[in-house]
Design a protein around this ligand. Sequence first.
Ligand code: GLN
Length: 495
Amino acid sequence: MTDLADLTIAEAGHGLRKGDFTSVDLLDAVDRRAAVTEAHLHAFLTMDHDGARAAAEAADAALAAGNDLGPLHGIPVALKDNMCTIGVDTTASSQILAGWKPPYDATVTARLKDAGAVIVGKTNLDEFAMGSSTENSAFGTTRNPWNTDTVPGGSSGGSAAAVAVGSAFGAFGSDTGGSIRQPAALTGTVGVKPTYGLVSRYGLIAFASSLDQIGPFARTVDDAAVLLEAVAGWDRRDATSINGPVPDLRGGLEEGVAGLRVGIVTELSGDGIDPQVLAATKGIADKLSDAGAEVIEVSVPASEFALSAYYLIAPAECSANLARFDGVRYGHRTTVEGTTEDMMSHSRAEGFGPEVIRRILLGTYALSAGYYDAFYGQAQKVRTLVRNDFAAAYERADVLISPTSPTTAFKVGERAADPIAMYYSDVCTVASNLSGDPAMSVPIGLDSGGLPIGFQVMAPALGEEMMFRVAAEVERLAGFEDRASLATSDVVVPS
Ligand code: GLN
């Protein structure tokens, strides 16, 4: 019999309602899985065993009483540790927030609880979501379950690894420049960055507020839609949240791609992309064409400069957002004695890791008088060009496609000493953050080393219905059913 931890959310929900098993059984299954895999992966920073058990028991009682809260009712899910959970540690993987317990829930947390989901714990990330490998965490690296010598991607690497290995049925991450899609690609999971403003950022520890979006990780496109549906929609607590209807995420899943115009982005599908990744991407593009789509090459010229603009805008915003960590209101405070200024600068120097300090310095420089126009101002102009070029591309194509990541999972340590090489990991993903448009990654196969390859589907703002429709077809055409080996063969999971 299949281990319950390997079910999709759809299958788990079906079995729950048939009475084949309970939410407590599902929780036991992911806990047993985590008990084996965590020693190898370190996907979680905190596991809320007591809270999760109470939630699972409550979910079972509610279902027994006929009170069905919908498709996430009783399903164990995980949250990236930069989303506030009342009374449960929320650190953003930074020493500066070590031990901090928020006095409130993020909107995403609250909506998941309202949907009956069971929150199993908080997952590891690059400190303050700055990175592409989860190596920048102050609390240790997360490993990729496909090959524990490699990284799971980042910054939401813990959420990606947990879903890939079955220690959660679904998880949430945040994506500022690719932090959901790139780890999804590297771990063989589905990852979605929704339209900017579709999911409330209230209670998400801010990195770069004009780029940050929360979105799901799942094993299937359908599960990803279910997870996103539970948290999407207007929130009066986030002034940038979209006050309008949520796109119908599941309505088009079975409709196929006949007659749709699918554009391969020229600038993201050539130089700098690993040949195996490129070949797999083109293979799926051909299959989309066989399935009736009109596949064309579309140039988005400004996307070539997106990465440079991103690495000015994101640090600039982070330098402002992280000013609040001053040792006064919450978080780490130095024991060094001196003036107030000494206290603040020592608290920050002790609390922040090297990549965070690098970003704050970069951002402060880019915003400083005399350099503002040359750096930040220039980057904002490029951002406008990126937006305009994508808008023009969507005149010609209903969706755009590209690889998600230029390479498959890389070795732990391989890019850690070379920030530029690490930044290049985001070359295919940052443009959608600059434009605010939705994009997602779907696993399509394995490279010769047995590591997953991700395929990116991008759509215009609030075009999620079309994006999910194409992603579902990609999923069917790819037939990717492999699961991370740590769970299925290397390790014998006790039952
Ligand atoms: N890897 C990118 C960065 O380091 C993106 C991070 C993210 O999306 N949070 O900034």
